[in-house]
Design a binder for this molecule. Structure first.
Ligand code: ADP
Ligand code: ZN
Length: 584
């Protein structure tokens, strides 16, 4: 009887403690923290409604309004943020370890209190409380482990992956390289069309090296207040250094590092220059043993300020192109991994029908298909869903006019590129053609062929003549196959390059016997009216080379057809495949 009374007393005590704690938790969850968008937070700041902000380094910030309401908002993590708060008379509390420890202890205490209460009343409700606590605490943990991206999440882009894989070791063990006196790479520039996986690759590098990933976008720096861009850059690097090894990712770097004109006056804005300079200074400031790699991405490498590309900055440049048919298949497979795809769906077929799709569009295609199937509660994702999704994805892309991509266009591109490659190969055995492709690159119009000229210090007259012929090879092939009236605009950038080369050869290098050893830049600067003879001579010269180029292709018509056919089938050929065709 006596013992029973004590138990009852203890029980009552436990229940009341648990009740109080339970109410506390309940209030904490329901009323204490409201989530404010960053924008509305700033409005509250402007209106003087914010009392205190608790400072930390995670994705979310906590604080209290003047009316006692607690809130959570996004952490902008900028240097000037704190100053801005202080200027508004807002109390800034640094969240220190003690506070965190206190939170953890009270958290455990609360959890057990709720547990006791829950056990007393109902097992189920205890589970629910725990679940709620779990979601609450998740806000604080910055990057959940499940978000980790690895190179297995990137399909295609094999060359880029190989190059980046070399960097994993640099990040993990910079001291090893230091002890050999090796200068560590600092910056890698990834360039190529949008949605081709540049961000994904950078994330994967961080994931593989198991270091934090810091990302900003160059466009965030447009129209910021004076000095703010520069201070943001410094803050970014400071945070990266504090966390030790890391990968810093700067997307759309062209917005930040536009080519500056000679005087520096009209290139970018003054503010843009300051931001860019801050970036360059930070990158030069690396001691090289820190294990920090900066990756930048752009889809327009031609507009970048050269200062960015110098040694010690973004001195490694990797092109990320649109996927060819094999890469598309790999990407489609990757993004159907966890989806119930019908056995009748032939991914290879889809890969063939999605030329010029980026990785992002392919991902989108599979996702839209899954959504359609889910909406209908279908058992599998079928070809019908995918066909429907195909049009949704294309309609969503207004940038490119898909209807213009016909089989005929593909055929023209194939012959054009085959023309460049074949001329290169037939002119000299030492000319290498690393890759021919009908997938457009940032460098060319329809497709591209990557010629690597022989490695020598001086260019001979013969080299220049050959390069001009290679450039003209695309147009020559078009004329041969389509006829004089059906040549296309696809050769415009080729003609630009050919003209530039011919003009320099004749007007600057003194390599034309008729014009002689004169440098026309000097003549033109002296305001003498002598431009016409140079132009006439250049025109004649290009015409002659064009005729010779056409003759090469006519003599090799069989090979031109063979390369074009293979290109239509495989979309891109490497050097080995090209040589094999030429051996027959
Ligand atoms: P970018 O930075 O080049 O614009 P992203 O890396 O942001 O492109 O790509 C967007 C999304 O598209 C990725 O998150 C991924 O789902 C998909 N994706 C793009 N390229 C690939 C690829 N090579 N392999 C797998 N998925 C890809
Ligand atoms: Zn061309």
């Amino acid at each position: 009887m006596k013992i029973g009374g004590r138990i009852k007393l203890l029980l009552a005590l436990a229940i009341s403690i648990a009740l109080i704690l339970g109410i506390y938790v309940y209030r904490n969850r329901n009323s204490e923290y409201i989530e404010l968008s960053y924008n509305s937070f700033l409005n509250h700041v402007e209106e003087g409604l914010v009392d205190e902000v608790e400072f930390n380094n995670s994705a979310k910030l906590k604080g209290r309004l003047k009316d006692g309401q607690h809130f959570i908002t996004d952490n902008p993590r900028t240097e000037d943020f704190k100053e801005n708060l202080l200027l508004h008379d807002i109390e800034v509390a640094e969240e220190d370890n003690r506070a965190i420890a206190g939170q953890v202890i009270s958290f455990i205490f609360l959890l057990s209190g709720v547990g006791v209460l829950g056990y007393m009343i109902n097992k189920n409700s205890s589970k629910q409380a725990e679940r709620e606590m779990a979601t609450m605490s998740k806000v604080e943990t910055g990057y959940p482990a499940s978000d980790r991206v690895t190179f297995n999440d990137v399909a295609g882009n094999e060359e880029a992956k190989d190059l980046l894989k070399e960097l994993i070791d640099f990040i993990k063990d910079p001291h090893k390289y230091n002890s050999y006196g090796a200068r560590l790479p600092r910056g890698v520039l990834l360039y190529g069309p949008p949605g081709t996986g540049k961000t994904l690759l950078a994330k994967a590098l961080a994931g593989e090296a198991n270091v934090p990933f810091y990302a900003v976008s160059g466009s965030d720096f447009i129209q910021v207040y004076a000095g703010l861009g520069a201070s943001r850059i410094r803050e970014l690097f400071k945070r990266a250094r504090e966390s030790g090894k890391s990968v810093i990712f700067i997307d759309e770097i062209d917005a930040l590092g536009k080519k500056r004109k000679d005087s520096g006056a009209s290139g970018g804005s003054e503010e843009g220059d300051r931001t860019l300079n801050a970036l360059l200074t930070e990158m030069s400031g690396f001691k090289g043993n820190e294990g920090i790699i900066v990756i930048a991405a752009t889809n327009r490498v031609d507009t970048l300020d050269e200062a960015l590309l110098r040694p010690g900055r973004f001195d490694r440049q990797i092109e990320i192109s649109l996927p060819d048919v094999n890469a598309r298949l790999a990407i489609l497979k990757l993004h159907s991994r966890n989806k119930p795809i019908s056995q009748k769906v032939d991914l290879r077929n889809i890969a063939q029908e999605t030329i010029y799709f980026s990785g992002a569009q392919l991902e989108n295609l599979m996702n839209e298909s899954a959504m359609l199937a889910a909406k209908q509660r279908a058992k599998y994702i079928t070809m019908e869903h995918i066909n429907k999704a195909y049009f949704t994805v294309l309609v969503g892309e207004e940038k490119k006019d898909r209807s213009s991509i016909t089989l005929e266009d593909k055929r023209i591109t194939a012959y054009h590129e085959a023309g460049h490659a074949l001329v290169a190969k037939r002119l000299s055995k030492s000319n290498r053609v690393a890759k021919v492709s009908i997938i457009p690159s940032t460098r060319g119009m329809g497709g591209f062929s990557l010629n690597i000229p022989p490695d020598r210090m001086y260019q001979t007259k013969m080299d220049i003549v050959n390069n001009i012929k290679i450039a003209l090879g695309g147009r020559a092939a078009e004329e041969l196959i389509l006829g004089k009236d059906n040549i296309t605009t696809g050769a415009s950038s080729d003609l630009k390059r050919a003209t530039e080369m011919a003009l320099s050869m004749i007007g600057s290098y003194g390599m034309d016997e008729e014009i002689g050893l004169i440098d026309y830049n000097v003549v033109l600067n002296s305001n003498l009216d002598t431009g016409t003879s140079l132009m006439e001579r250049t025109r004649e010269f290009l015409e002659k080379l064009y005729m010779e180029t056409k003759v090469i292709l006519e003599h090799n018509r069989k090979y031109l057809d063979a390369i074009a056919d293979k290109l239509l089938e495989k979309e891109s050929l490497n050097e080995e495949e090209l040589n094999r065709i030429l051996q027959d």
